[in-house]
Design a protein around this ligand. Sequence first.
Ligand SMILES: C[S@@+](CC[C@H](N)C(=O)[O-])C[C@H]1O[C@@H](n2cnc3c(N)ncnc32)[C@H](O)[C@@H]1O
Length: 227
Amino acid sequence: MSRIRKLVRLARLAALEGPAPLRLARRAIREHAALQRTWELAALVAMVRRQRPRTVLEIGTHRGGTLFCWAAVAAPDARLVSVDLPNEREGIGTTDQDRARFAEFLRPGQTLECLRANSQLPETRDRVVAALGGRPVDFLWIDADHRLPGATLDWELYRPLVRPGGLIGFHDIHPNPGFPDNQVDRLWAQIRGGFRVREFIDQDQPGGVGMGIGVLVQPGSDDPDGR
Ligand SMILES: C[S@@+](CC[C@H](N)C(=O)[O-])C[C@H]1O[C@@H](n2cnc3c(N)ncnc32)[C@H](O)[C@@H]1O
């Protein structure tokens, strides 16, 4: 995609949604190391912002880039729950310093619980349910283990917690042969047919790591996107 077409697309998003989603996506990437592409993340932020979720569940937080966005657009009294691995030995996951920073994302009235756990275990799902205080999830973001078995487990364990009409977002829905461990596209291909979906795919750097956001609407209510 040419630079001009890219700028036109960003300008169109800003004209439709105002400057906030783009601004948040840029800050998330520059200041909080979001592993995302600007236009894709901004388009999703705009969608979540229209929904103004009161409960957000993020599976895979890393340095907090996407969590930063959800806190910024969620309701003032939102409950946020993040699940990521501890990084004591492996060098992945979130650190104590990360979690201290995440608290700064919150507005007064919002609360956050960070679970240091393997999302793929049923006991972690139980801890998530407890952290949500039994409330259904308005927005679920799945961006943890990108291999097919792991992504499938996250989908199967956490999708039932999402309310009818709630949103479920996935990162890396675009096939990426250069990165064989990125297999979310295969899960997406299996499930997308059964749902109302939106796809945000930046074709700007095909083949690069991390590409394509897919969002589906949990059946049972009108599309909260309202479009
Ligand atoms: C791609 S990063 C998340 C990026 C983040 N959403 C962003 O865009 O800024 C994936 C994260 O998932 C975590 N992860 C991988 N497997 C996991 C598992 N089984 N349980 C919990 N977290 C996991 C990793 O530790 C890593 O921090």
